[in-house]
Design a protein around this ligand. Structure first.
Ligand code: HEM
Length: 493
């Protein structure tokens, strides 16, 4: 009798809990954008194809419109789909919707540095970094010279391959790595340097693992999955190792610092730390500096390097496009002069190809998650503070009105009838608004100059028939990761 009573009481208790949780969900979503009905705990996970989330979001947008609510497990999320919704949210509501959504795999960096900072220090660190980077590296002229210097090292390494097959991942990646290392540490790494290779391996492995289904799950159910074995542990370990390396570099800089003569970006941050020495709540601590530097090191290396690698594969699939670039380079630059940014104005075809590579590969399809920093009224809905915002980039880059046949690689997407470069405001691989990529200018300059230099000096040779080259990404998640491949580069006469 007593056992029956206890069972009944438990059942009633569970029913009450379930009702309260459903009521809470309904109440808090009263004025939210529409969306599929969420299950308790799992949310809308079963409505998503985890191997291709952008595709699932396209399908949901067809049903619910360009602004919809989705529960990723327990996380309430509002998805912005398409040019108008993303621009309106990130530009007209830039203060409210520019927080950073939590990415549990990077919790060690949370609320420090720039990328993963959702705290009060983000604005100041970002602003100071942008101005300093302009002075110590991101000023247009200084950057151009830095990239041109690196170009020669890259070309020398490519020559060493002597027309034999090689994996471009780390060889090509060394160039963007060194450009950033020069800005941050005033240091150039040899292409075989063990530390440089190790760091690039960590960036590369993390970008890949973050784009796998397990990590997508982990980032939404981290409290349940954290202690289980799995690749999230590897990502978290790699993130720590990167920070450890950067911390050592920052401390080395601190020991040899001359506040009157900062050598690089790291020195500039340390000078600020010195100035704040007596402050009760200093903005720049060693930890915050290390995360800021680590942010720029990996964001600035892996993205540009993956874009170059994907770009070369695309050009091998379309040798007629490669030929047209060779022709334009020969006409505008010739065989010997070092490519310069001013050449871009006279090279609309190459410029269009570089844009099309970025559009087509759609490197960060779902953007990085944002967060509502306060209750926000958007298109008549109320998005509560703390809601994750996904301002997707994929539907903008693949908009079929702006880019007819978006699934096809067509440099003509960025060319007018007369073959002149055609600007598109839908070109948003770097996002937009207050969180827009800090390295956009640098990345675009690197992509144009490095690709031009490679093609000025070499013909690309695939190891298979171009028709058999499959451009589909190896995995789609946080990033769209290119398939692994090898190629040969043959010096041009
Ligand atoms: C092809 C190259 C690149 C692509 C496609 C790219 C793309 C992006 C995207 C989509 C974001 C998120 C924007 C948002 O949250 O709305 C971002 C943020 C960021 N990127 Fe890049 N990026 C590239 C290169 C670089 C480079 C070279 C650097 C460094 C010099 C860099 C540093 C950053 C930083 C620090 C942020 C965080 C901004 C913030 O949270 O305030 N990126 N990038």
């Amino acid at each position: 009798m007593a056992a029956l009573g206890i069972t009944m009481a438990l059942l009633v208790w569970m029913a009450v809990l379930l009702l309260v949780s459903i009521w809470k969900q309904v109440y808090s979503s009263w004025n939210l954008p529409p969306g599929p009905f969420p299950l308790p705990f799992f949310g809308n996970l079963f409505q998503l194809e985890f191997k291709n989330i952008p595709k699932s979001l396209d399908k949901l947008a067809e049903r619910f419109g360009p602004v919809f609510t989705l529960y990723l497990g327990p996380r309430r999320t509002v998805v912005l789909h398409g040019y108008k919704a993303v621009k309106e949210a990130l530009l007209d509501h830039k203060n409210e919707l520019s927080g950073r959504g939590d990415i549990p795999a990077f919790r060690e960096y949370r609320d420090k540095g720039i990328i993963f900072n959702n705290g009060p220090t983000w604005k100041d660190v970002r602003r100071f970094s942008l101005t300093t980077l302009r002075d110590y590296g991101m000023g247009k002229k200084a950057n151009e010279e830095r990239i041109q210097k690196e170009m020669h090292f890259l070309l020398a390494e490519l020559r060493k391959t002597q027309g034999q097959p090689f994996d471009p991942t780390f060889l090509i990646g060394c160039a963007p790595f060194n450009v950033i290392a020069d800005i941050l540490f005033h240091k150039h790494f040899d292409y075989n340097d063990k530390i440089c290779q190790r760091l690039m391996h960590l960036f590369n492995e993390n970008f890949y693992l973050l784009s796998t289904t397990w990590l997508e799950f982990y980032n939404n159910f981290s409290s349940y999955l954290h202690y289980l074995p799995g690749n999230h542990r590897k990502v978290i370990k790699n993130v720590s190792e990167i920070k450890e390396y950067v911390t050592v570099k920052v401390k080395e800089h601190q020991q040899s610092l001359d506040p009157n003569c900062p050598r690089d970006f790291t020195d500039c941050l340390l000078v600020e730390m010195e100035k704040e020495k007596h402050s009760v709540e200093p903005l720049y601590t060693l930890d915050n500096i290390a995360v800021t530097v680590a942010d720029i090191l990996f964001a600035g290396t892996e993205t540009t390097s993956t874009t170059l690698r994907y770009g070369l594969l695309i050009l091998m699939k379309y040798p007629e496009i490669e030929d047209k670039i060779h022709e334009e380079i020969d006409r505008v630059i010739g065989p010997r002069r070092t490519p310069a940014t001013k050449d871009r104005l006279e090279m609309p075809y190459t410029d269009a190809v570089v844009h099309e590579i970025q559009r087509f590969i759609n490197l960060v399809p779902n953007n990085l998650p944002h967060e509502a920093t306060r209750d926000t009224t958007f298109r008549g809905y109320v998005i509560p503070k703390g809601t994750i915002i996904i301002p997707t980039l994929s539907p903008i880059l693949y908009d079929s009105q702006e880019f007819p046949d978006p699934e096809k690689f067509k440099p003509e997407h960025f060319l007018d009838e007369q073959g002149r470069f055609k600007y598109s405001d839908y070109f948003k691989p770097f996002s937009t608004g207050k969180r827009v990529c800090v390295g956009e200018g640098l990345a675009r300059m690197e992509l144009f100059l490095l690709l031009t230099a490679i093609l000025q000096n070499f013909n690309l040779r695939p190891l298979v028939d171009p028709k058999d080259i499959d451009l589909s990404p190896k995995t789609i998640g946080f990033g769209r990761i290119p398939p692994h491949y090898k190629l040969c580069v043959i010096p041009r006469a």
